[in-house]
Design a protein around this ligand. Sequence first.
Ligand code: MG
Length: 277
Amino acid sequence: MKVPLVINTYPISKFNSIVAGVLLFQGFYKPRIMAAIVLCLLTFSTAVLAQEVKPEETEDWSRKPPLVVPGKPGNPPSDAIILFAGKKDLDKWEHADGRPAEWKVKGKTMVVTPKSKDLQTKQKFGDVQLHIEWKTPDPKEDSHNDYGNSGVFLMGLYELQVYESYNYNNEIYYNGQAGSIYKQHIPLVNASLPPKTWQTFDIIFKAPVFNSDKSLKKPAYMTVFHNGILILNHVELKGPMKYQGYPEYEYHEAKLPLLLQEHKSRVNFRNIWLREL
Ligand code: MG
């Protein structure tokens, strides 16, 4: 593509005057030399003027965005993949060992069943926009370190923490509270709502890219809105979630299941949908 040259000619004209003035002042003024200089400068200015960008040159008609009908508040847009909107969607999920989903469904809500293990989608995904709603149970139900503990694992590897962080007296490290990339990034703010209240995560996830020799080409990135508030702004992920030790990337497939964590707490989920990017 031709790179348009964008130069305002006004400073050039001003520059011309200054040059002419300097030449005169230094006694270089001779009619023929001066005429040649003026001619050169005029030619240069005209050439620049000829390359001035027309408005239509910066109009991009190469890709017409497809029409998407936004959902009413609480509803997915027209091009979303619905992962959970009620009992009929439970068969889109399974446990890692292939067992059918054992988590309970109450109306349009999916509830973590303690000790049943994590749940993951049968379908695999890479780059996505993901919407998910969750609420933590009454804290009296939970014990230390399990206060509403769950997690949204993009590609089953990269954890956005679900936790009861409305009450500040829950002592957990800041990169382990709700909205953290677990043990990697502290959220910009704590946008948590009280326990037993529905909360939302809206996530933009960019999957890592690997070279043909399986080395890392580009890391993963995540942007997250918690209850509509930006809490993670295009943060670079250091690798898959690691509870003990430091994360580092290992080659994996370009698409992997979305996973929800079972961490003893009866966390509720609903209205889970995503758009592949
Ligand atoms: Mg967790």
